[in-house]
Design a binder for this molecule. Structure first.
Ligand SMILES: *Cc1c(COP(=O)(O)O)cnc(C)c1O
Length: 401
């Protein structure tokens, strides 16, 4: 087995670590998949924004830059980490709100052309907010949910999806990387299966944006959403993003038609006319501060390149699995062993993991806990070193004893 020192010395992305707040301390951070560390440059950028742009330009800022920020930042996200051409992605809202807007738009669109398509297909281990929003929309529109039962240590397979989709399917809602197990879904194949059945597909990219390769255009994806506070280090509550394939934009009607999605917001006219293109999916005033906070990380992701980031992510999770196999014989791996099917975290299962997590937090080793018995080790590629992985797994072994 290579040592952490060797792995860090050979890591072409190792120098990025020093760009993050707190990375020089002894604290072991295993939760960058829930809340990424801040990029050190962000503090200065926010200060400059307050003093010069907000404080200096005042209301003129909207005309000069802020009105376009949801779509210019959306285009940056699309180019840097979504494999999508410009004009299809907008930043703003939360993932939950995007899920509501895009799921509603999708099922209403399908119902107009084919009223017999009354099912939303979703899996039992899909992230809770996705399931709850789907439940709400089903109740609102008289639809039903068709559940795929999944193994919580894995995720949705092509065989499972093939079995449930058909003439009644309106929409398939899936997570690209499962939040519990890190199962990396075969997105191009699952998208093809949904399309062959005549359904639309929505991918939730919260656990993949910034950590794994995504090719929304090449995969022919219809709709996608994701957040920016996990592997995109935008900070707590930073804005989410939504993607709508260009071919669908003029066909879909989103349910929260606010003034910022109007063709001419400052006309302030009597009725709603949607803007052309992706802007019609915006609702209200965009959260500019959160967008400014995300930019330094996006630049780092662009410099490093998503392919190199994914390669390091695979190396980090593989190293964590290797160490856990050796040091924690009583623990089972609740994530895929095959790195090609695994996203950016590793979940270790044992009945005592809830108390083990609490003990680790007191010692400045910060993983998180997910039922049932899962210790989740999130390894954010640009801010995590192999040495941190080694010290963290050793601390888990100690806490278990
Ligand atoms: C983190 C996460 C969310 C969070 O949704 P918010 O609206 O940002 O709270 C949604 N879906 C998935 C798959 C997630 O991992």
């Amino acid at each position: 087995m290579s040592t952490a020192t060797d792995l860090d010395a050979a890591d072409p992305l190792a120098h990025f670590r020093e760009r993050f707040v707190g990375a020089a301390s002894d604290l072991v951070y295993f939760d960058g998949n829930s809340l990424g560390r801040p990029v050190a440059a962000t503090a200065g950028r926010l200060g400059t924004f307050v003093e010069q742009e907000w404080g200096g330009r005042l209301i003129r800022g909207w005309d000069e830059r802020w009105m376009d920020l949801p779509t210019t930042l959306g285009d940056d996200l699309a180019r840097i980490c979504l494999g999508a051409a410009a004009g299809q992605t907008a930043a703003g809202d939360s993932t939950t709100v995007w899920l509501y807007k895009l799921m509603r738009a999708a099922v209403d669109h399908v119902a107009r052309t084919d009223p017999d398509r009354t099912e939303i297909v979703i899996d039992t281990d899909n992230f809770p907010t996705d399931r709850y929003v789907a439940e709400g929309i089903a109740a609102e529109r008289g639809l039903s949910l068709r559940w795929i039962e999944v193994d919580t240590s894995a995720g949705v397979t092509p065989e499972q999806l093939r079995e449930v989709v058909g003439e009644r399917t309106a929409l398939v809602v899936l997570n690209h990387v499962a939040y519990r197990s890190a199962w990396l879904a075969d997105a191009p194949e699952l998208t093809r299966i949904a399309h062959d059945a005549g359904a639309l597909v929505l991918w939730d990219l919260c656990h993949s944006a910034g950590a794994v390769e995504v090719e929304l255009d090449a995969w022919d994806v219809d709709l996608a959403v994701g957040c920016s506070y996990k592997y995109l280090n935008g900070g707590p509550g930073s804005p989410a993003f939504g993607y709508v394939a260009e071919r669908l934009q003029d066909e879909l009607t989103q349910p929260i038609q606010g003034w910022m999605g109007h063709a001419d917001p400052f006309l302030m006219g009597p009725g709603y006319t949607p803007a052309a293109g992706i802007r019609r999916f915006i609702s209200g005033t965009p959260p500019i501060l959160g967008m400014v906070a995300m930019q330094a990380m996006l630049e780092l992701v662009e410099q490093a390149g998503i392919e190199a980031i994914r390669a390091k992510s695979v190396a980090l999770t593989s190293y964590a699995v290797e160490l856990a196999d050796a040091a924690l014989p009583e623990v089972t791996l609740a994530s895929p062993r095959d790195p090609a099917r695994r996203g950016g975290h590793v979940t270790l299962h044992h009945d005592r993991m809830r108390e083990v997590t609490a003990r680790l937090w007191q010692r400045d080793v910060i993983p998180d806990y997910r039922d049932p018995g899962g210790l989740r080790i999130g390894l954010s590629p640009l801010s995590t070193s192999f040495d941190e992985v080694e010290r963290g797994i050793a601390a888990v072994a100690e806490a278990m004893r």
